[in-house]
Design a protein around this ligand. Structure first.
Ligand code: AMP
Ligand code: GLY
Length: 426
């Protein structure tokens, strides 16, 4: 089969690397891709946020059998629906199901309506009413812009002043654009051991009939060591999550995953694809922090390398609604991804810096913001590369990833030195 993956980042490169292992894949394509995807796939220069352009491309390329829509933005505007309308088979939820990520107000209402454990919350589209509620509740509070905001539309407010300022920023100043027309105001959940809490990302395949969790992973969202500094798209991940147990998996399946799948079916919004559960372990059990309608980035970079089963077989089983027929197997051991970022990220940073790559051992470079310029590998984004290494345990995987990271460089490159350490002793 010829398969096209939509997206430009590390997640998409990781999906392509996993698909490349499939015996049934003949040729891979990436729309639009980066320098890493170009090594294993043909990069296609089409704007995937332009539905007409994507449909035109699909009609002109009957040789491409299957499409994987990986990022949240094209899912939210219904690129899967568009591709299906011209007879293409896809992996990814339709627009009416992708709303589970695209609107936090929708997902909050869904969880409340169906009794899925999450933080208590109220939704407002009126600034004055929202402000009265904030004052009535007092700090701490969590404010969330309703729509997609590059993972940045969440403000944790520990004082009333922060909450008042945050509300103004979201609803009046529109710092997150139209995403802030509606705001969700939540209780701040307390994690069991750490502040802001023990969090775990659990991605799951679902075809609307069955839901199968993948191995777990943990993200590091802040820019600096010790979880200091600004929020980013993710500075590194590791898998599996050290506090995960069979009992937790059972609890999450019974109380969160299956109820979510059933709730989406009951709403007439069957979700088919990868459903991402951002979870927190609290003293009242596991609770949902957020849903994403897609593979996580950089979670995918540590989850898919551990997959033993053919990824294309799983994708097609989801499309054809026969996921329960497939046995999905994982390697034991651990995997770590250290993100190498441009100096300045997540604020402003330079692009076009030449990257030198030395000995990586058996670590793998997953490309995010890279490009080729005059035949040379250069930086082309904030998060540039992920150094991914597997090991028999977390410590070995970490050492391999960091040894490799030391042999990659460009002007002002920076990375966190503590990926995977937070939980080491815990
Ligand atoms: P999100 O973009 O929804 O994943 O939120 C970003 C981060 O904010 C999460 O990973 C949590 O660490 C934190 N967070 C979000 N909602 C809450 C909440 N209700 N209570 C505590 N922390 C939260
Ligand atoms: N790593 C978090 C996300 O993909 O949203």
């Amino acid at each position: 089969m010829n398969v096209l993956v939509i997206g430009n980042g590390g997640r998409e490169h990781a999906i392509l690397l996993a698909l490349k292992k499939s015996k049934r894949v003949e040729k891979l394509y990436c729309m639009k891709g980066n320098a890493g995807t170009a090594e294993i796939a043909e990069n296609v220069d089409v704007d995937y946020m332009n539905a007409e352009a994507v449909k035109k491309f699909a009609l002109e390329h009957p040789e491409i059998d299957y499409y994987v829509v990986a990022p949240d933005d094209p899912l939210a505007i219904g690129i899967v629906d568009e591709l299906e309308s011209v007879g293409k088979r896809c992996f990814g939820p339709r627009k009416n199901a992708a709303i589970i990520e695209a609107s936090k107000a929708f997902s909050k209402n869904l969880m409340h309506k169906y009794g899925i454990p999450t933080a208590e919350a109220r939704t407002f589209d009126d600034y004055d009413k929202a402000l009265s509620y904030v004052r009535e509740k007092g700090a701490p509070l969590v404010l969330k812009a309703d729509g997609l905001a590059l993972g940045k539309g969440v403000l944790i407010c520990d004082t009333l002043k922060q909450a008042e300022e945050g509300l103004k920023e979201i609803m009046l100043d529109k710092s997150f654009g139209q995403a802030g027309n509606v705001v969700v105001i939540e209780e701040k959940m307390q994690g069991l051991k750490y502040n802001p809490g023990e969090e775990v990302s659990v991605l799951a395949f679902t075809d609307g009939k069955a839901i199968v969790p993948m191995i777990t992973s943990c993200d590091h969202k802040r820019a600096g060591d010790g979880d200091e500094g600004l929020n980013t798209g993710g500075m590194g991940t590791f898998s599996p999550c050290p506090f995960w147990t069979e009992e937790l998996e059972k609890e999450v399946l019974e109380k969160i995953m299956i109820p979510t799948m059933n709730a989406m079916n009951a709403e007439g919004r069957t979700f088919k694809g990868c459903l991402y559960f951002g979870l927190m372990r609290t003293d009242k059990g596991m609770k949902v922090v957020e849903y994403n309608s897609r593979f996580g980035d950089p979670e995918t970079q540590v989850v898919l390398p551990m997959l033993k089963t053919d990824l294309l077989d799983i994708f097609e089983a989801v499309t054809d609604e026969r996921l329960s027929d497939i046995k999905i197997e994982w390697e034991s051991g651990a995997c770590v991804c250290v993100v190498l970022a441009s100096g300045g990220y997540p604020l402003s940073y330079a692009k076009g810096k030449e990257i030198t790559v030395g000995d990586l051992g058996d670590a793998v470079l997953v490309h995010a913001g890279t490009a080729l310029k005059d035949g040379k590998l250069v930086t082309n984004g904030g998060r540039v590369l992920g150094v991914v290494a597997k090991g028999k345990n977390l410590e070995e995987a970490r050492l391999k990833a960091y040894n490799a990271a030391e042999n990659v460089s460009w002007e002002n490159m920076h990375y966190r030195k503590d990926i995977g350490i937070k939980y080491r002793k815990g």
